[in-house]
Ligand binder design. Structure first.
Ligand code: SME
Length: 174
């Protein structure tokens, strides 16, 4: 799929945020919120082949959460993969060519590019990462990073409720 221009992406993320604002109002259940984000993003981003979450379930361990797409790897240690790099550093990872990323984990052999965004709860603790794969090279750019970081902010408000059963890391607040 050819790369999409910035204005088209901005329009898509405006719609994503509008839809999430309506759907997530008053929701304080992390599974409900993550499932809703994964569904909306996967439906609206034509270049996403896998869209979902890996949750921090133990010190330095991620386990798959709500997602859309083919079967994902179940667990990812912090020292592996693009997801591990995002969790370790607490920073977004935009990877134009996954074959050039040392340690990339190929859950889907057709994936060529990837973006991973840290997800924090209202206290600033890292609780998950949001991961998107694409079958196209360089499908994700700064427009996706901006849009997905805004999605992460919307999600943050939903992560303060009593449904937060998974481990909270001590990664410094970002
Ligand atoms: N490629 C990821 C693993 C998760 S799948 O893409 C769903 C990584 O390297 O962390």
């Amino acid at each position: 799929m050819p790369a999409m221009d910035g204005d088209t992406k901005k329009g898509i993320y405006r719609e994503v945020l509008r839809e999430l604002d309506a759907a997530l109002a008053g929701i304080e259940d992390p599974i409900t919120a993550m499932s809703t984000c994964a569904a909306v993003l996967h439906q609206r981003l034509p270049y996403a082949s896998w869209t979902g979450f890996y949750r921090v379930v133990a010190p330095r361990l991620l386990r798959v959460g709500p997602y859309q797409g083919p079967l994902g790897c179940l667990e990812i240690p912090f020292d592996r993969g693009v997801c591990g790099a995002a969790a370790r550093g607490g920073t977004a990872q935009v990877v134009p060519d996954v074959h050039a990323f040392p340690g990339h984990i190929a859950c889907d052999a057709s994936a060529r590019s990837e973006i991973v965004i840290p997800i924090r709860d209202p206290r600033g603790d890292l609780v998950a990462v949001l991961d998107l794969d694409s079958h196209g090279l360089a499908s994700f750019d700064e427009h996706d990073r901006d849009g997905l970081e805004q999605v992460a902010e919307r999600l943050r408000a939903c992560l303060g409720g009593t449904g937060m059963a998974f481990y909270k890391s001590s990664t410094p607040a970002g």
